[in-house]
Design a protein around this ligand. Sequence first.
Ligand code: CU
Length: 379
Amino acid sequence: MLPLLAQLGDGFWMPPQASTKAESVDWLFFFLYWSSVAAFTLIMATMVLFLIRYRHRPGHKARRSPSHSTSLELTWSIIPTIIFLMMFWWGFEGFIEMHTTPDDAYPITVHSRMWDWRFEYPNGVTSDTLVVPINRPIHLSLKSDDVIHSLYIPAFRVKQDLVPGRINEMWFQATRVDDFDLYCAEYCGVSHSEMITKVLVRGEADFQRWMEEQLEDLRAAEDRPPHLRGKRIFDQLGCAACHSVDGTRDIGPTLKDVYGYERPMADGRTLMADQQYLRDQILNPRAQTVANFQAGLMAPYQGRLDERELSHLITYIRTLSDRGPSAEQIERAWRIERGEEVEDDDEDEAADTDEPAADEQDPAEDEADAQQHTPPNPS
Ligand SMILES: [Cu+2]
């Protein structure tokens, strides 16, 4: 009977049961639910029955009620105690199981922040959707860059807080190939409701293929002009959640025509948006806020980007301004630096593009990088 009730959870009253834990969670939930329904019905029915049966009638004299009944008291103590102990035991068992990660679990790091998710795989691949293989335990290390978030996958029946300054953990094993919702379940500011993405459960072969593509993309990204590498970092970090690149006002200032212009700040000062300004605003945005924008929303990127990544990101932002170098100029300088034949162009333009050449890496470093991104042997 009860397992049958748990089946009701699968897609009827609940999201589909898509992890190894889902059925036992639903089972316990429905046990609690239906025992509450049964207790409520029993108590209400008895009350109504007694109201009618023992109502006041003319000429009817009330009998004295018994003051004590050992058997009755034992019954109403022992039966509920057994039921409560059963509930405790199933809950406790499930809790322990949920917090005991299998040794062979596949590790993924989750970065959360207002209002965006990023999933980092052991080989350095990152993604804004959580792509996982079916039938394999997945271990998540949960981190937050700013406030408390909560990772919630209803179809898997798992939820865990992400707390700044802590690494929380959780694990699951998906049992259905499909796309499922992944929410933030802890109110975290104005765009909390947009902090939503997907879990894509795939067969082992599809997962490996996806991973190969990502690795390919990662390697190709290293062999691109700096502003394109910067754009990739911009996309990966989810900067677009708050900053437009076309002049549209969003949660944060647009990045179009910022570089090279004077910026009015909230404290009344005016700052020139040079490279140092961009660097400061990325690494420590809370130190100074642009006028008419809410302070403190952006997480500091100090320690989260290395100098090369930072330089690429700044180069990309400079290309978004009509006072910065154009993408063509950056690319041209990059090609010249690589020793490629470049068609003769305006001398002035070439002169403006000394900077990207400086952060060009040497081939040995490229080699080391490529090795870093080699995937672990799937066991
Ligand atoms: Cu959140």
